[in-house]
Design a protein around this ligand. Structure first.
Ligand code: PRP
Ligand code: URA
Length: 210
Protein backbone atom coordinates (compact mmCIF):
# COMPACT_ATOMS: atom_id res chain seq x y z
CA UNK A 1 0.00 0.00 0.00
CA UNK A 2 1.21 3.50 -0.78
CA UNK A 3 0.48 6.16 1.84
CA UNK A 4 0.59 9.85 1.05
CA UNK A 5 -0.03 12.37 3.84
CA UNK A 6 -0.46 15.93 2.56
CA UNK A 7 2.15 18.44 3.57
CA UNK A 8 0.98 21.83 2.35
CA UNK A 9 0.17 24.98 4.35
CA UNK A 10 -3.07 25.61 2.45
CA UNK A 11 -4.34 22.13 3.31
CA UNK A 12 -3.31 22.49 6.97
CA UNK A 13 -5.00 25.90 7.13
CA UNK A 14 -8.27 24.59 5.69
CA UNK A 15 -8.16 21.52 7.95
CA UNK A 16 -7.68 23.77 10.99
CA UNK A 17 -10.88 25.66 10.20
CA UNK A 18 -12.66 22.38 9.47
CA UNK A 19 -11.64 20.91 12.83
CA UNK A 20 -12.78 23.98 14.78
CA UNK A 21 -16.00 23.13 16.62
CA UNK A 22 -17.34 26.64 15.91
CA UNK A 23 -17.27 26.13 12.12
CA UNK A 24 -20.88 25.95 10.87
CA UNK A 25 -22.15 23.39 8.34
CA UNK A 26 -22.17 25.65 5.24
CA UNK A 27 -18.48 26.54 5.79
CA UNK A 28 -17.68 22.92 6.67
CA UNK A 29 -19.21 21.77 3.37
CA UNK A 30 -17.35 24.39 1.35
CA UNK A 31 -14.01 23.53 2.96
CA UNK A 32 -14.56 19.80 2.47
CA UNK A 33 -15.06 20.39 -1.24
CA UNK A 34 -11.96 22.57 -1.50
CA UNK A 35 -9.82 20.11 0.44
CA UNK A 36 -10.85 17.21 -1.77
CA UNK A 37 -9.90 19.13 -4.90
CA UNK A 38 -6.46 19.79 -3.43
CA UNK A 39 -6.01 16.15 -2.36
CA UNK A 40 -7.32 14.89 -5.68
CA UNK A 41 -4.34 16.45 -7.41
CA UNK A 42 -2.06 13.96 -5.61
CA UNK A 43 -4.57 11.10 -5.70
CA UNK A 44 -4.86 11.22 -9.49
CA UNK A 45 -1.11 11.17 -10.05
CA UNK A 46 -1.36 7.63 -11.49
CA UNK A 47 -4.59 8.04 -13.40
CA UNK A 48 -4.31 6.20 -16.72
CA UNK A 49 -3.95 8.40 -19.77
CA UNK A 50 -3.61 7.63 -23.47
CA UNK A 51 -1.51 9.59 -25.94
CA UNK A 52 -3.35 11.77 -28.46
CA UNK A 53 -2.31 14.14 -31.19
CA UNK A 54 -3.92 17.56 -31.45
CA UNK A 55 -3.40 20.70 -33.48
CA UNK A 56 -2.79 24.02 -31.75
CA UNK A 57 -3.40 27.15 -33.86
CA UNK A 58 0.34 26.95 -34.59
CA UNK A 59 1.30 23.30 -35.08
CA UNK A 60 0.59 19.66 -34.38
CA UNK A 61 1.57 18.39 -30.92
CA UNK A 62 1.22 15.34 -28.72
CA UNK A 63 -0.81 15.31 -25.53
CA UNK A 64 -2.83 12.87 -23.41
CA UNK A 65 -6.44 12.18 -22.50
CA UNK A 66 -7.95 10.19 -19.64
CA UNK A 67 -7.96 6.61 -20.90
CA UNK A 68 -10.84 4.13 -21.24
CA UNK A 69 -12.34 2.50 -19.26
CA UNK A 70 -13.18 5.67 -17.38
CA UNK A 71 -12.13 5.91 -13.73
CA UNK A 72 -14.92 5.49 -11.23
CA UNK A 73 -15.41 7.67 -8.15
CA UNK A 74 -17.11 6.02 -5.16
CA UNK A 75 -18.24 8.21 -2.26
CA UNK A 76 -19.11 6.27 0.89
CA UNK A 77 -22.47 7.59 2.07
CA UNK A 78 -23.27 9.59 3.99
CA UNK A 79 -20.20 11.69 4.77
CA UNK A 80 -18.32 10.82 1.55
CA UNK A 81 -21.05 12.50 -0.46
CA UNK A 82 -19.72 15.84 0.77
CA UNK A 83 -16.49 15.09 -1.12
CA UNK A 84 -18.01 14.23 -4.49
CA UNK A 85 -18.31 17.66 -6.08
CA UNK A 86 -14.71 18.52 -5.22
CA UNK A 87 -13.50 15.31 -6.83
CA UNK A 88 -15.50 15.47 -10.06
CA UNK A 89 -14.27 19.00 -10.60
CA UNK A 90 -10.87 17.46 -11.31
CA UNK A 91 -12.16 14.30 -12.99
CA UNK A 92 -15.29 15.46 -14.82
CA UNK A 93 -15.46 12.44 -17.12
CA UNK A 94 -15.36 9.89 -14.29
CA UNK A 95 -18.30 7.61 -13.63
CA UNK A 96 -19.80 7.81 -10.13
CA UNK A 97 -20.93 4.81 -8.07
CA UNK A 98 -22.21 4.74 -4.50
CA UNK A 99 -21.67 2.67 -1.38
CA UNK A 100 -23.79 3.36 1.70
CA UNK A 101 -22.12 2.26 4.92
CA UNK A 102 -22.64 2.95 8.58
CA UNK A 103 -20.65 1.78 11.55
CA UNK A 104 -22.34 0.59 14.69
CA UNK A 105 -21.24 3.13 17.28
CA UNK A 106 -21.09 0.43 20.01
CA UNK A 107 -19.24 -2.37 18.24
CA UNK A 108 -17.57 -0.08 15.61
CA UNK A 109 -18.43 -2.76 13.00
CA UNK A 110 -19.55 -1.36 9.62
CA UNK A 111 -22.53 -2.58 7.61
CA UNK A 112 -23.36 -1.84 3.99
CA UNK A 113 -26.92 -0.57 3.47
CA UNK A 114 -26.75 0.59 -0.15
CA UNK A 115 -24.76 -0.18 -3.26
CA UNK A 116 -25.01 1.26 -6.75
CA UNK A 117 -21.96 0.21 -8.73
CA UNK A 118 -21.31 -1.60 -12.01
CA UNK A 119 -21.27 -5.40 -11.54
CA UNK A 120 -18.00 -5.62 -13.41
CA UNK A 121 -15.18 -3.29 -12.40
CA UNK A 122 -12.49 -5.15 -14.37
CA UNK A 123 -9.66 -2.81 -15.39
CA UNK A 124 -11.30 0.11 -13.62
CA UNK A 125 -9.37 2.59 -11.50
CA UNK A 126 -11.47 3.36 -8.41
CA UNK A 127 -11.31 6.48 -6.25
CA UNK A 128 -13.03 6.03 -2.89
CA UNK A 129 -14.07 9.12 -0.91
CA UNK A 130 -14.62 9.11 2.84
CA UNK A 131 -13.59 12.01 5.08
CA UNK A 132 -12.72 9.83 8.10
CA UNK A 133 -10.48 6.77 8.41
CA UNK A 134 -10.92 5.74 12.05
CA UNK A 135 -10.70 1.97 12.77
CA UNK A 136 -10.54 1.34 9.02
CA UNK A 137 -13.54 -1.00 9.14
CA UNK A 138 -15.65 0.98 6.64
CA UNK A 139 -12.90 1.74 4.16
CA UNK A 140 -11.56 -1.82 4.39
CA UNK A 141 -14.98 -3.22 3.57
CA UNK A 142 -15.35 -0.79 0.64
CA UNK A 143 -11.92 -1.69 -0.77
CA UNK A 144 -12.69 -5.43 -0.53
CA UNK A 145 -16.00 -4.89 -2.28
CA UNK A 146 -14.33 -3.09 -5.20
CA UNK A 147 -11.60 -5.70 -5.65
CA UNK A 148 -14.18 -8.51 -5.53
CA UNK A 149 -15.87 -6.80 -8.49
CA UNK A 150 -12.55 -6.81 -10.34
CA UNK A 151 -11.16 -3.31 -9.76
CA UNK A 152 -7.63 -2.84 -11.07
CA UNK A 153 -6.53 -0.45 -8.33
CA UNK A 154 -8.10 1.57 -5.55
CA UNK A 155 -7.11 5.02 -4.32
CA UNK A 156 -8.83 6.26 -1.17
CA UNK A 157 -8.97 9.94 -0.24
CA UNK A 158 -9.67 10.74 3.41
CA UNK A 159 -9.44 14.14 5.06
CA UNK A 160 -8.22 12.66 8.36
CA UNK A 161 -6.81 9.27 9.30
CA UNK A 162 -5.88 7.59 12.57
CA UNK A 163 -2.73 5.46 12.76
CA UNK A 164 -4.89 2.50 13.85
CA UNK A 165 -6.96 2.76 10.65
CA UNK A 166 -3.93 3.11 8.39
CA UNK A 167 -2.37 0.01 9.99
CA UNK A 168 -5.62 -1.95 9.59
CA UNK A 169 -5.89 -1.11 5.89
CA UNK A 170 -2.24 -1.95 5.34
CA UNK A 171 -2.70 -5.37 6.98
CA UNK A 172 -5.87 -6.04 5.05
CA UNK A 173 -4.85 -5.11 1.50
CA UNK A 174 -1.61 -7.11 1.39
CA UNK A 175 0.01 -6.73 -2.01
CA UNK A 176 -3.09 -5.38 -3.80
CA UNK A 177 -2.69 -2.03 -5.56
CA UNK A 178 -4.01 0.46 -2.98
CA UNK A 179 -3.07 4.09 -2.42
CA UNK A 180 -4.21 6.05 0.59
CA UNK A 181 -4.15 9.85 0.41
CA UNK A 182 -4.74 11.67 3.71
CA UNK A 183 -5.12 15.37 4.47
CA UNK A 184 -3.54 14.66 7.88
CA UNK A 185 -2.54 11.70 10.01
CA UNK A 186 -3.90 12.34 13.49
CA UNK A 187 -2.70 11.05 16.88
CA UNK A 188 -4.98 8.14 17.79
CA UNK A 189 -8.51 6.89 18.38
CA UNK A 190 -10.31 7.54 21.65
CA UNK A 191 -12.25 4.84 23.53
CA UNK A 192 -15.35 5.58 21.42
CA UNK A 193 -13.48 5.04 18.16
CA UNK A 194 -13.32 8.76 17.33
CA UNK A 195 -10.22 10.30 15.80
CA UNK A 196 -8.20 12.52 18.18
CA UNK A 197 -7.98 15.46 17.73
CA UNK A 198 -10.14 14.83 14.64
CA UNK A 199 -13.14 16.97 13.84
CA UNK A 200 -15.99 15.06 15.49
CA UNK A 201 -18.65 13.28 13.43
CA UNK A 202 -18.06 14.31 9.82
CA UNK A 203 -21.57 13.34 8.62
CA UNK A 204 -23.27 15.27 11.41
CA UNK A 205 -21.13 18.35 10.80
CA UNK A 206 -21.66 18.24 7.02
CA UNK A 207 -25.38 17.84 7.21
CA UNK A 208 -26.16 20.01 10.21
CA UNK A 209 -27.34 17.27 12.57
CA UNK A 210 -25.39 18.85 15.44
C1 PRP B 1 -18.04 7.58 9.47
C2 PRP B 1 -17.05 7.96 8.39
C3 PRP B 1 -16.55 6.62 7.92
C4 PRP B 1 -16.55 5.81 9.19
C5 PRP B 1 -15.15 5.75 9.72
O1 PRP B 1 -19.24 7.23 8.90
O2 PRP B 1 -17.61 8.75 7.39
O3 PRP B 1 -17.37 6.02 6.94
O4 PRP B 1 -17.40 6.49 10.13
O5 PRP B 1 -15.06 4.88 10.79
P1 PRP B 1 -14.28 3.50 10.71
O6 PRP B 1 -12.97 3.77 10.05
O7 PRP B 1 -14.13 3.12 12.17
O8 PRP B 1 -15.12 2.50 9.97
P2 PRP B 1 -20.53 6.83 9.78
O9 PRP B 1 -20.56 5.35 10.02
O10 PRP B 1 -20.61 7.70 10.99
O11 PRP B 1 -21.72 7.12 8.79
P3 PRP B 1 -22.19 8.51 8.11
O12 PRP B 1 -21.23 8.78 6.99
O13 PRP B 1 -23.55 8.20 7.65
O14 PRP B 1 -22.16 9.60 9.16
N1 URA C 1 -16.44 8.85 12.08
C1 URA C 1 -16.42 10.19 12.20
O1 URA C 1 -17.25 10.89 11.59
N2 URA C 1 -15.50 10.76 13.00
C2 URA C 1 -14.59 10.05 13.68
O2 URA C 1 -13.74 10.63 14.38
C3 URA C 1 -14.62 8.63 13.56
C4 URA C 1 -15.56 8.07 12.74
Amino acid sequence: MRLHVADHPLITHKLTVLRDERTPSPVFRQLTEELVTLLAYEATRNVRVAPIEIKTPVSKTNGVKIDEPRPIVVPILRAGLGMLDGMVKLLPTAEVGFLGMVRNEETLEPTTYAERLPLDLSDRQCFVLDPMLATGGSLGMAIDFLFRRGAQDVTAICLLGAPEGVAAIERQVGDRDVTLVLGALDERLNDKGYIVPGLGDAGDRLYGTV
